[in-house]
Every structure is written in structure tokens, then in C-alpha cells.
Design a protein around this ligand. Structure first.
Ligand code: GEK
Length: 243
């Protein structure tokens, strides 16, 4: 993976353009996500472990919004069940190109099929594990329920859906505290106040967090009777839901 440092928001770039998963972002992506999302580097290998537990023989694993394939790679190395295929999907051409390069010679015995597609247009079939690792937050709010419904419909009994997200909080004081702590984390990672502010502006209408109650209600409605928050660091959480 590229180890180029993320300096994208160190000047005024973000004032003129919104955030896009383009070539510039792809070049710095591993550094950007590790320094921006507290816990990302722990969540990825844990997704591997969770997939090992819930992957069923002769089924498919989906990594939706796979970026450079970190979660797919973790699952490919961790899962032991036989007859599994990982389908990794992203709609950024730059991401998919780099993802394919990254995964050459790296994945485990489980093949990873990387596809350039919009996750709103795909079929989910015979799935035992589906991962949305910080992806759902980038979809329009009105598109989320139908995607989770389709995942539910294409999932086997006992299958697991893992959803990692940045969430927001109903309590105004908690929201303020969580934002402060996240910014403290970013400062500790070497981002300047200007970079933090610019990135925040760029993501304003692109990353739309929801409350935990909204996520749980959507899962219920889609036919996932049981779900848990298995990870949280500040406003970054990961849920697991069972079919
Ligand atoms: C990881 N999961 O490293 N269809 C397909 N892909 C999409 C769509 C869509 N409609 N919308 C956004 N994306 C990864 C990290 S990053 C999270 C996921 C972040 C893709 C988008 O192109 C990007 O690659 C990814 O979702 C979100 O485990 O940057 O904070």
C-alpha cells in the first residue's frame, strides 16, 4: 500500500471542491483513514476474526465500499471455511485500480473478486458475511434502507452484517464532547487546525452520520432481529447484526 502522507487539506483545496475518492485521495488513503478514524487499525483485523466465525462453507462474503481492500484482505487471511469467495466492490475507479494492484500476491487462499460498481446496483446472493466498513455513511439517507433490505434478503440464516460508521448523538453536550475528542485525536496524529477544519467542510454534505437509534431501527426493519455494538472509539462505532 502507498505510505504517502495525507497533506490534502493543508492548503485551501477543500474550500473549492467537495470530498471525492479520486486519484489524490487514493494516493494517501491508508495514511488518511488511519489518522482520521480512531480505531480503524483495530477494526480491520477484528473484521477478519468476526468473518472467520460467521463465514459459512460454500457462501459469499461481500465487502461493500472496499476502498483499497483492507477488510477483504483481513478476511481472506483469517477465514477458514471452504468454498468461500470474497466480492469486494467500490464505485471509485481510482480505488478499484489501486485495490487490484494491492491485492496481487497478498490475499490468502480465499479469492477476492474486486469489482467497479455502485453498491446500490448490485445483487447480494448466498452471503454469509457482509461488510460495510465506513461506507453506509456516504450514501444518501433515503438509499440506506433499501440497501440493508437487499443485504438481508441475500443473506443466509445465521449470517452476519458488519456495519462500521461515524455516528452522531442526540444529546447536544455528548455531540460536542465527541467532536472535541475526535479533533484531539486528529491533532495528536499531526493534523493542523486548518487541515481539520477544511476536511470537515469538504465532508459536510458527503459523509452524513446518523444516530445509533436510526441504525438499529433500520436493522430491525430489514429483518435483522439481533444486533450489537461491538466497537466504539469516540463517534466511530461498529455494529454486528445477525440474520
Ligand atoms: C476499508 N471499507 O478500508 N458504491 C460503491 N462504493 C462506494 C459508494 C457506492 N455507492 N459510495 C461510497 N463508496 C474501506 C473504507 S471508505 C471510508 C471505506 C472513508 C466507497 C468510496 O469510493 C470509498 O472507497 C468507500 O466507499 C468509503 O475498510 O473514506 O472514510
Amino acid at each position: 500500500m502507498s505510505d504517502e502522507q495525507d497533506r490534502l487539506f493543508a492548503n485551501n483545496r477543500a474550500l473549492t471542491s467537495g470530498f471525492r475518492f479520486d486519484e489524490q485521495v487514493v494516493k494517501v488513503f491508508p495514511d488518511m483513514i488511519a489518522r482520521s478514524v480512531p480505531g480503524y487499525e483495530l477494526v480491520v483485523p477484528m473484521i477478519g476474526l468476526l468473518a472467520r466465525r460467521y463465514a459459512q462453507p460454500d457462501s459469499q462474503i461481500y465487502d461493500l465500499g472496499c476502498s483499497l481492500g483492507a477488510a477483504s484482505l483481513a478476511m481472506s487471511l483469517a477465514v477458514k471455511a471452504s468454498g468461500i469467495r470474497i466480492i469486494a466492490i467500490d464505485n471509485s475507479e481510482a480505488m478499484v485500480g489501486r485495490c487490484k494492484e494491492n491485492l496481487v500476491d497478498k490475499s490468502g487462499v480465499i479469492p477476492i473478486d474486486v469489482r467497479l460498481k455502485d453498491i446500490l446496483d448490485i445483487e447480494i446472493e448466498n452471503a454469509s458475511v457482509v461488510v460495510l466498513n465506513f461506507t453506509l455513511q456516504f450514501l444518501g439517507r433515503d438509499q440506506r434502507q433499501s440497501l440493508i433490505n437487499r443485504i438481508s434478503a441475500g443473506m443466509r440464516e445465521g449470517g452476519a452484517l458488519i456495519i462500521s460508521e461515524k455516528i452522531c448523538f442526540e444529546d447536544v453536550q455528548e455531540q460536542t464532547d465527541q467532536t472535541t475528542w475526535h479533533h484531539d485525536f486528529k491533532r495528536a496524529q499531526g493534523y493542523s487546525d486548518l487541515e481539520i477544519a477544511q476536511k470537515r467542510n469538504a465532508l459536510e454534505d458527503v459523509l452524513r452520520p446518523e444516530t445509533e437509534a436510526s441504525h438499529f431501527q433500520r436493522l430491525q426493519q430489514a429483518g435483522f432481529p439481533r444486533y450489537h455494538r461491538w466497537f466504539q472509539c469516540f463517534s466511530f462505532v461498529s455494529y454486528i447484526a445477525f440474520k
